[in-house]
Design a protein around this ligand. Structure first.
Ligand code: GDP
Length: 175
């Protein structure tokens, strides 16, 4: 039986410096660089193989537009999944993620987009300003999935991508 292939557009949203480019690099190359440059307006690709389906992820990273609040709806239009990333050691980035969420809900939200709240920099436990409980409650309240990751150590990054892959398959009825 032929394998089915799905193209999946996944966008990364969140304040500047939360680790979006670092997560993209982890997803695609399983590596971490201290001074990871922003990947740019293009995207990285990564294949995820599930039992019945192969997902070809196109992982979109902003080219720093978030600094100027100039990320346009074009960026996230047609996305199968959106990761709302914040830094657990910076409360303002958690607030910013909620602003993004409202924007998505207002301008764009379609029930078929998998929205995932991601608390990155989980390795910075001593500097934590947002508890895992807070992240989880926001996710529960707004119907999001939630994971804490560390692009630095790689903790939970693969699990996150697999989780998104499964949920996207459920959404499009591919499993
Ligand atoms: P972006 O602006 O959201 O794309 O963030 P970057 O990926 O460029 O990361 C911003 C800074 O945070 C860089 O110095 C990264 O090395 C650092 N960084 C990214 N992810 C992590 C992480 O999980 N833990 C720690 N400690 N630092 C991280």
């Amino acid at each position: 039986r032929p394998m089915r292939t799905l193209r999946v557009k996944m966008v990364l949203l969140g304040a500047s410096g939360v680790g979006k480019s670092s997560l993209a690099l982890r997803f695609c190359k399983d590596e971490f660089r201290r001074t990871s440059p922003t990947v740019g307006c293009a995207y990285l690709t990564q294949a995820v193989h599930l039992r019945e389906v192969t997902l070809r992820f196109e992982i979109w990273d902003t080219a720093g537009e978030e600094k100027y609040h100039s990320v346009t709806p074009l960026y996230y239009r047609g996305a199968h999944a959106a990761l709302l990333v914040y830094d657990i050691s910076k409360r303002d980035t958690f607030i910013r993620a909620q602003v993004w969420l409202r924007e998505l809900e207002k301008q764009y939200f379609s029930g078929s987009t998998v929205l995932w709240l991601v608390g990155n920099k989980g390795d910075l436990e001593q500097h934590r300003q947002v508890s895992a409980q807070e992240g989880q409650s926001l996710a529960n309240d707004r119907g999001l999935f939630f994971t804490e990751t560390s692009a630095l150590s790689g903790d939970q990054v693969e699990q996150l991508l697999l989780g998104v892959a499964h949920r996207v398959c459920e959404c499009v009825g591919a499993q």
